[in-house]
Every structure is written in structure tokens, then in C-alpha cells.
Design a protein around this ligand. Structure first.
Ligand SMILES: [Zn+2]
Length: 326
């Protein structure tokens, strides 16, 4: 079946999260369009601290994925890994995965040497951007620019232009959550005050609303219920979070000017109620400003698929461009 793998690449994707490592094996038919990804196998494990544990767990997941593949599947052509931390795009080495207490791990070379397969390591938000773009809007089709806004523990964006990830000059192009314009001036983990991330992220929602987990569905529900004892606090919290997200979308629109902005990350699991709240705020801003109204931002927003492992699928797709035999 080696011949078929040339036309239908079989790719493995790994998404390293703070609590879980998700793995997937996919086939990508060529030519392919929106959402045209066939899932052949899936395997997950809890994430453990330490570089050795991370490499061991990723290798175990890939072994499990390969064992699950149908007998008539082709050979795996490449492996992609999405991870938090600072990724060196040229080596695939990763530094500072804070949630897993990892200072440094030569991740790409460890996986590549074990499996003797082309392996790429990508920032997790960038990998999720690639997955979301494939599953929601195909940026390769019309040369579109797509922004993926990750409302996770932090706030960051992945930018795809003409079907390719934009890494900027130093891999910081999507670190939009650290633009320090949030009016409460709360201190951010990065050392600045007033970063958008201190209000417009899942981590901020948890801090501001410790009464429910996940917080965002509860915040929106209590804010809509004026008989609830925490109603006023919920309205204030909702408005703070949504304003920071809307500010972030304004910044994306005015600097990147994407055709589509896909909302993803843990907070996106809130679903259409979150999208409705963001759109309402953007419309309100459009009423005050003809300039903002003309940007037509509510119509550019999409929600990332909530039921699919977008990060792992995206990690696999980032490996698609690797030359085989590397
Ligand atoms: Zn910051």
C-alpha cells in the first residue's frame, strides 16, 4: 500500500495539553476540501510532569495509534506535535512548558529518532489554528487569511495566510494576549499589567468567577437571570471578559485583517452563547463607530468544532508538508 500513501497521506498528530496528551491518526484525501479528514485512530493519556515522561508518553501514544490502524491502511508518512512552551521552529526543541515543569526537551529529534519518520513540532495554538482552519474554513482554497483565537488558560492567536502559518520573525506573532490595554491593569504572569489575557481568557474567567467550573456558561446564565443573588457581579464579570475578547478581535481585525476569525480553546466549549455575547458587544461598538461597523466583524466570527480534537488534527496536518524521508 506504499503507493496509496502518496495520494492519501496517513499522518499522526499529538496535542500536548496541560492535563492531557491527545493523539490521532488521520488520512487526508487529495484533493481535499472543508472538513475532509478521516480519523483512523485516537488515543489519549494524562499528561505527566518532566521531559522524560513527556517523550515516553508521546511514544506510547504513537505506538497505540499505529496498533489501531486498519490492516489495509498505508504507512504513516509523518508525525506532527503541538505543544505549549517556546518552540524552536528550526530544531523542534521546546523550552518552558510551564504546566509540565519542563525547562527544555528536544522533542522533534526524540520522536524522529525513535520512529525514523519525519517529525515536526509546532506551537499548540498554531497547530489548533491549522486544524480549525481545515475543519471550519479552508484557507488554502481562496488564499484567505484566517485568525484562530484561542481562549484557553491564556489568550493567543494563530494566523494562517494563504494556507501557511505566519510565524513572524521570532514566533511571537500571535501572542496577542499580552497587549497591555485592559483597563483594570491586573498584573499578568508575563510581568506586565493590563494584558488582554488577564480578562479575556479561560484562566481569567476562572479567577474572576470561582463559583463554577467551567465558569463561562455559569457567568452568562447568571448575568441573564436578574433574580440571581450574584446577578450584578455576573453582569460585571461578563462585560469585563467579553470587552477584552472584543478588544482582541478589534486588534486582530486592524492588524491582520483576517477573512475569518475562529474562536477556539476551552472557553469555546461554551458554544453559541459565547459567540452571541461577543457578537452583541461587537455590534454595540459598531453602533458607536461607523468605522468599526464597516469592518463587519460579527459576520467574520466562527466557532471551532467543539466535539473534534482540533489541536491533534491540526498537529497532524502541520506534518503534511514535511518531505518524506527527512
Ligand atoms: Zn502578559
Amino acid at each position: 500500500m506504499a503507493g496509496s500513501s502518496n495520494t492519501t497521506p496517513l499522518l499522526i498528530g499529538i496535542d500536548v495539553g496541560g492535563t492531557k496528551i491527545a493523539g490521532i491518526a488521520i488520512e487526508v484525501p487529495r484533493p481535499s476540501g472543508f472538513g475532509d479528514v478521516h480519523i483512523l485512530a485516537q488515543s489519549n493519556r494524562p499528561a505527566r510532569c518532566g521531559a522524560d515522561a513527556l517523550v515516553t508518553d508521546i511514544i506510547s501514544i504513537i505506538d497505540e495509534l499505529m496498533a489501531q490502524l486498519p490492516a489495509d491502511a498505508g504507512d504513516v508518512s509523518a508525525i506532527g506535535v503541538g505543544t505549549p512552551g517556546t518552540v524552536d521552529g528550526s530544531t523542534g526543541d521546546v523550552r518552558d512548558i510551564a504546566n509540565l515543569s519542563i525547562d527544555y526537551v528536544p522533542l522533534a529529534s526524540a520522536v524522529r529518532e525513535h520512529f525514523q519518520l519525519p517529525t515536526i513540532v509546532e506551537n499548540d495554538v498554531n497547530a489548533a489554528a491549522v486544524g480549525a482552519a481545515r475543519l471550519v474554513e479552508d484557507g488554502t482554497a481562496g488564499g484567505q487569511t484566517i485568525a484562530f483565537l484561542n481562549l484557553g488558560t491564556g489568550l493567543a492567536a494563530g494566523i494562517i495566510r494563504n494556507g501557511r502559518l505566519d510565524h513572524g520573525s521570532s514566533n511571537t506573532v500571535g501572542e496577542i494576549g499580552h497587549i497591555p490595554v485592559e483597563p483594570h491593569h491586573w498584573r499578568c504572569a508575563c510581568g506586565q499589567h493590563g494584558c488582554l489575557e488577564t480578562a479575556g481568557s479561560g484562566g481569567a474567567a476562572k479567577r474572576l468567577w470561582p463559583y463554577a467550573d467551567p465558569p463561562m456558561p455559569d457567568i452568562l446564565a447568571v448575568a441573564a437571570n436578574d433574580a440571581h443573588p450574584r446577578h450584578r457581579q455576573a453582569v460585571e464579570t461578563r462585560d469585563t471578559i467579553i470587552a477584552a475578547i472584543a478588544d482582541t478581535i478589534d486588534v486582530l481585525a486592524l492588524t491582520v485583517d483576517p477573512n475569518v476569525i475562529i474562536i477556539g480553546g476551552g472557553m469555546a466549549q461554551t458554544g453559541t452563547a459565547l459567540l452571541d455575547a461577543i457578537r452583541a458587544e461587537l455590534r454595540r461598538r459598531g453602533k458607536d463607530s461607523g468605522f468599526i461597523h464597516a469592518l463587519n466583524l460579527p459576520a467574520r466570527l466562527r466557532l471551532a468544532p467543539t466535539k473534534l480534537p482540533v489541536g491533534a488534527i491540526g498537529a497532524a496536518l502541520t506534518a503534511q508538508s514535511l518531505p518524506t524521508g527527512a
